[in-house]
Design a protein. Structure first.
Length: 407
């Protein structure tokens, strides 16, 4: 590859690796970002920030959207809006990327980790209800964890892998105890629960646009809400809490959390392609589904009848009692064949960063963590590359002591 080719737009790096997920940049990204550079509107105000917020709000069906530097910042602000304070407790999924648990600690509160249900891998609504009804006491105004005596202040369900959480039971119990719900929909842009977009059910919804998400701005996030006061407060807190348009007067501690116009420009271009990206993800999932259905020892992801999943991350479960190799061995073998895969996150109740919490047991999450493997599922994954993934997996799952297909 010569230097001109290296600089050409969209030329992929020379590699025969099949990556887990890479961004797909094939729309108006260059055009919109160039416009920011050409017009000097590169920083945290500009028409693309406004447009990206409006487009996201419309997509989600929320009244307001506030762009942030990343999804973690959106979660941090959402917890502040919900009035979560030091020594409060917040219920959160244990089987998730660590960011929401960290955000809970940023405000000095404590996560209470709730197990996953084994079918769709989402936070178990029964676990949420059980904890609030049986492990807490309600004095008519405040709900307290019986074991710690701390106030339970919010619920933070995380929609993982592009599939929705079964929200109805969670929303019902939240309403009963006046608990704000913050949806971490960072992995669920474009997905729907009972025909409504994720992020539109809670008091606030949070999204991430980091490099591996279904659309990306390189790094970025969004907070959506229907609450005008929350939206105004979010705008204020994300821009250093400046109280006067001219004078540098601050009556609160704020944050520098605003997304830049350049990144928002990229986000606008990516948003134009979201439907195509989701369609591509769903096609990839369908092909995996069809070509691996007969393999013994691999449990393929399911979509609930109340769900429209974006299939953002295609994650299978390896049943080590049937499969000749376990998930970690499979990951290792695939890596040796230049196929990049990943385990799921260590359930956060196991993480030393969050060991100091009083949560109910999470046996399902432990099992899912042991069994899960995410397979290559970039929007641009070619059928040729996907066939190779399937072929290598089928070869590895074959073992002279084990039949290849279910009997
Ligand atoms: C479930 C979940 N929550 C929060 C985040 C944090 O988003 P960001 O990386 O944009 O801070 C991510 C992704 O990184 C995520 O997957």
């Amino acid at each position: 590859m010569n230097s001109t080719e290296k600089l050409a737009h969209g030329v992929p790096p020379p590699t025969d690796i099949i990556p887990l997920i890479v961004p797909e940049i094939r729309g108006n990204e260059w055009k919109y970002v160039k416009e920011c550079l050409d017009t000097n509107w590169v920083s945290s105000v500009g028409s693309y920030v406004d447009r990206f917020e409006r487009v996201t709000a419309d997509l989600v069906g929320a009244k307001y959207a506030i762009a942030t530097v990343n999804g973690t910042a959106a979660l941090h602000i959402a917890l502040l809006l919900a009035g979560v304070e030091a020594d409060d407790e917040v219920l959160v999924s244990t089987l998730t990327f660590i960011a929401p648990a960290n955000a809970i600690r940023y405000v000095g509160a404590w996560p209470v980790f709730i197990d996953a249900e084994p079918r769709y891998l989402q936070i178990d609504p029964a676990g949420v209800v059980d904890f609030l009804e049986n492990d807490c006491r309600w004095d008519g105004q405040i709900l307290r964890n019986r074991r710690t005596g701390r106030r339970v202040k919010a619920i933070l369900p995380v929609h993982i892998l592009g599939h929705p959480v079964d929200l109805d039971p969670i929303l019902a119990v939240a309403a009963k105890y006046s608990l704000p719900v913050i949806e971490d929909a960072t992995e669920g842009l474009g997905a729907r629960y009972r025909e409504k977009s994720l992020g539109s059910f809670g008091d606030a919804g949070c999204f991430s646009f980091n490099g591996n998400k279904i659309i990306t701005t390189g790094g970025g996030g969004m907070l959506v809400t229907n609450n005008a006061d929350w939206a105004a407060r979010a705008r204020y807190l994300t821009t250093q809490a400046k109280d006067d348009p001219i004078e540098y007067v601050h009556n609160a501690v704020g944050y520098n959390y605003r997304l830049t116009n350049m990144l928002a420009a990229m986000g606008c271009a990516q948003m134009e392609q979201l439907d195509t990206f989701i369609e591509a993800k769903r096609q990839i999932a369908k092909r995996y589904q069809e070509s691996m259905a007969s393999l013994a020892g691999i449990h393929l992801p399911e979509e609930a009848d109340w769900a429209f999943s974006s299939l953002w991350m295609y994650t299978v479960l390896i049943d080590e009692s049937v499969s000749p190799l376990d998930s970690r061995k499979l990951i290792q073998e695939l890596a040796g064949q230049n196929i990049q895969t990943r385990p799921l996150w260590q359930p956060i109740h196991r993480s030393r960063a969050h060991s100091n919490t009083a949560s109910p047991p999470s046996p399902n999450a432990d099992t899912l963590y042991r069994q899960a493997v995410s397979l290559p599922c970039s929007v641009g994954l070619t059928t040729h590359a996907q066939d190779r993934v399937v072929e290598v997996i089928a070869g590895l799952m074959k073992n002279k002591n084990q039949p290849l297909t279910r009997q």
